[in-house]
Design a protein around this ligand. Structure first.
Ligand code: SF4
Length: 616
């Protein structure tokens, strides 16, 4: 095959064994790669109802058919597992060089099961697989371990994906870090890795990827590279995602102090326009990326030494405005600390915002916080609390390591009313009360509260729809965006190339040049729909019900207090109306479960028999 290696590596850490499974062209064409391949492997290898932290829960890494080729922004990988944070689909994408290395080592995916008795790391040295002792690496932070493994192997071309103390200590939102500044951040994939006593997966790939039409691919990629370096992606190159701080502020969509407000009085001081000339020292690009959106900041004025961090919008929101922190060096330090500890900045910041509100309302006391004055805006307390979480230290560390949903359930009282999550996944920085299409899109996301499973926010923020009016039309619009992003995440392409690679026709052109297939745009659209239904089927099997999609209480009950969106919220009736329209468009039953007919139409016959409901 071209593009694909046709090989899935299986590793059993309990037995210390590995084997290789061959997959054929029909299978690849049906599930595309990346997200589609990973979801199918998860459905097949996770026993129904599996405990996320048990050895039986698989941890799956997958790359796309374009990885390792000249297709721009294609060097990504995706991780799948059953999430210990949500109990549903766990999934996180990362960039950098690791994905390309895995493809060059000869694999489309790795399925890791079991649990090692002692800490280990996996070394994939092309086709040679070693499970190596990692006792000496256990306890190292998520950044330093990357260098330690590279030094130990003695090759600068080795790329590792690793966990930090957060993963080792089973923080429910621990992430996986690779190539220093890149993370598979969401849904706790690093927690599952820690539960297997697996510190890292190091890869040395020296092979090349076979391409069906080399000349055509090179010629087409040259055009795409030129477009990627033009105005369509200019914002990512100039200020990166930090530009979004002031965009959201001006739309009253920047969640502040745990979503109690939606404009932040210090927004300018943490926005890209302010940060860039003062602290940004370089930009970094992932493998094969002509955009280079990663803007790295160096803060030298810290009394404890200079702090270098890669800070993007979501981290600024979560650890900045959402925690009431308006001094960029403090945000930079909190991001660096989360990265070193190997915990997701969004989930950490939102969980801490919830804790700060609970503290200010008297539900959490100094006795609960081990003496920390956990008020909004207290950056010293924020930093201390991040470490407590990563090591599950004290009552506070243990509570917040569970994530917002479980922490609110444990604390009790009314604290669930300000727990800002969907399905247990903490929301990113878009105030959904004034972004009604996004409210549907973020909450119907199969991995929980998420902006990356469809581009609904683009429609709201750019005025393509009336963001203050709920509409049945959003059902079809969100579905179309879901399926489109399912393909983006399966090929896998960076979402920041969306101005360039933005239609199924364009996807099909590069996919066919690389693989030699003859897929049509419509086939790819249907594959996107198949993948989305497969994800949903996994969730249904794990107990999803219609209420799991409902937005957080605050979104439906506490209106925005100030700014151009003041007074807006999404009522329960509005959400239910949009939700029903979404199910109808998808061809699902009224209770949101895919029907047998829909699943069969998508070629998912075995799943139709397992979870599908009869048509109404
Ligand atoms: S746009 Fe940014 S995240 Fe995307 S591939 Fe390029 S550098 Fe990586």
């Amino acid at each position: 095959m071209y593009g694909y290696t046709g090989k899935v590596l299986h590793v059993d850490l309990s037995k210390g064994e590995s084997s290789v499974e061959e997959v054929d062209e029909a299978y690849c064409r049906k599930y595309i790669g990346g997200n589609g391949l990973g979801t199918r492997l998860l459905y097949d290898h996770a026993p129904a109802g599996v405990d996320p932290l048990s050895p039986e829960n698989p941890l799956i890494f997958a790359v796309g058919p374009l990885a390792g080729t000249t297709a721009p922004t294609s060097g990504k990988y995706i991780v799948h597992t059953k999430s210990p944070l949500t109990g549903f689909l766990g999934e996180a994408v990362s960039s950098g060089y690791w994905g390309q290395a895995l493809k060059q080592a000869g694999y489309d995916a790795i399925v890791i099961k079991g649990k090692s008795e002692k800490p280990v790391y996996l070394f994939i040295d092309d086709r040679k697989i070693q499970i190596r002792d990692a006792k000496h690496l256990w306890g190292t932070d998520a950044l330093e371990v990357l260098d330690l493994i590279r030094d130990e192997i003695g090759d600068d071309n080795v790329s590792s994906a690793s966990i930090g103390p957060g993963g080792e200590n089973l923080v429910r939102y621990a992430n996986i870090t690779n190539d220093r500044h890149r993370q598979a951040g969401r849904t706790g994939v690093g927690c599952v890795m820690g539960s297997k006593n697996l510190k890292a997966v190091a890869v040395r790939g020296t092979g090349s990827v076979k391409v069906a039409d080399m000349e055509g691919t090179l010629e087409h990629c040259k055009e795409l590279y030129d477009l990627c370096q033009g105005p369509l992606t200019g914002a990512y190159r100039s200020l990166g995602t930090q530009v979004s701080v002031m965009i959201h502020q001006n739309q009253a969509a920047l969640p502040t102090r745990n979503w109690q407000e939606s404009v932040f009085e210090f927004a300018e001081k943490i926005g890209g326009e302010y940060i860039h000339p003062r602290w940004v020292v370089k930009t970094i690009a992932c493998a094969g990326c002509p955009i280079g959106c990663d803007h790295v900041s160096l803060v030298q004025e810290d009394p404890e030494g200079e702090v270098l961090a890669s800070v993007e919008f979501e981290s600024i929101y979560a650890l900045g405005s959402n925690c009431g922190i308006g001094h960029f060096p403090d945000v930079n330090k909190a991001v660096d600390l989360c990265d070193r500890m190997g915990i997701d900045t969004i989930s950490a910041g939102v969980t801490l915002g919830w804790a700060m509100e609970s503290y200010e309302k008297g539900l959490l006391t100094k006795e609960d916080t081990d003496g920390l004055d956990l008020k909004f805006g207290n950056s010293e307390a924020l930093l201390e609390a991040i470490e407590m979480i990563a090591y599950q230290r004290g009552k506070l560390g243990k509570l917040l390591a569970m994530g917002t949903k479980a922490a609110a359930e444990q604390l009790g009282g009314d604290s669930w009313k300000w727990a800002m999550h969907n399905k247990g996944l903490e929301y990113p920085g878009y105030d959904l009360r004034g972004l009604k299409m996004s409210c549907l899109g973020f909450n119907t996301s199969n991995r929980g509260g998420c902006h990356l499973r469809n581009s609904a926010y683009d429609w709201d923020l750019k005025g393509k729809v009336d963001r203050f009016t709920a509409s049945e039309e959003y059902g079809a619009l969100v579905m179309a965006r879901d399926d489109h992003y399912s393909i983006t995440d399966s090929l896998i392409l960076c979402k920041f190339s969306r101005g360039v690679l933005d239609t199924y026709e364009k996807f099909a052109k590069i996919y066919n040049l690389v693989t030699g297939f003859d897929v049509t745009a419509e086939e790819l659209r249907q594959a996107g729909e198949r993948i989305w239904n497969l994800e949903k089927a996994f969730n249904v099997r794990e107990g999803w019900t219609v209420k799991d999609d409902y937005p957080a209480y605050r979104i439906m009950n506490d209106p925005i207090t100030a700014g151009v969106a003041a007074g807006h919220l999404v009522t329960e009736e509005e959400f239910k109306m949009m939700h029903k329209a979404y199910f109808r468009e998808r061809g699902w039953a009224e209770n949101g479960v895919p029907t047998k007919n829909k699943l069969r139409e998508l070629g998912l016959h075995y799943i139709a028999d397992e979870i599908g409901v009869e048509d109404e």
